[in-house]
Write a protein that binds this ligand. Structure first.
Ligand SMILES: Nc1nc2c([nH]c(=O)n2[C@H]2C[C@H](O)[C@@H](COP(=O)(O)OP(=O)(O)OP(=O)(O)O)O2)c(=O)[nH]1
Ligand SMILES: [Mg+2]
Length: 139
């Protein structure tokens, strides 16, 4: 999908991103740090990635979290959907609450990960669109 970019008068790619806010039994949230290469390098994020053809958003979130961290989760209720335009990409972040089920997180496709309390999220540097996710979690 593409969308006009009024700032540059060009066409930007548009990606649907499945994003999981993964809760453990201690009411902590799993965040990961993006790799030092590629777009938005080194920023913290909620695990997830691009939806592929033929999969549901729930399939996408389960798959991405298995690929990036090697853990099993269950996708629960929708939290928020955010449209955001970066300089190189337009994203629709479809964010769902998830329950941690099984497995020890590993840095398969991320630089590091951490279980954090909701109140501690503000200490980490996230992409610009994530301010709305954190605000929704605090409502
Ligand atoms: N997973 C995730 N992506 C986010 C968040 N906030 C945010 O702006 N994004 C953006 C960054 C990226 O442009 C896009 C996610 O795409 P990605 O590059 O991680 O996609 P992917 O995991 O499928 O990785 P790849 O195979 O394309 O390398 O969404 C967030 O909290 N979590
Ligand atoms: Mg990803």
């Amino acid at each position: 999908m593409t969308t006009p970019n009024p700032q540059q008068n060009t066409i930007l790619p548009h990606k649907i991103i499945g994003v999981g806010v993964i809760w453990n039994q201690e009411k902590q949230i799993l965040i990961d740090r993006r790799l030092p290469t590629g777009s938005m390098a080194n920023l913290w994020e909620f695990p997830g990635g691009k939806m592929e053809e033929g999969e549901t958003i729930q399939d996408c979130i389960v798959r991405e979290i298995r690929e990036e961290l090697g853990i099993k989760i269950a996708v629960r209720e929708h939290l928020i959907t955010i449209d955001h335009t970066y300089s190189h990409l337009q994203v629709t972040l479809r964010v769902y609450h998830c329950d941690y089920l099984d497995g020890t997180p590993q840095t398969l496709e991320c630089a590091e990960f951490r279980w954090v309390n909701l109140d501690d999220l503000e200490q980490f540097e996230f992409p610009a669109a994530n301010g709305q996710i954190i605000a929704a979690l605090n409502r």
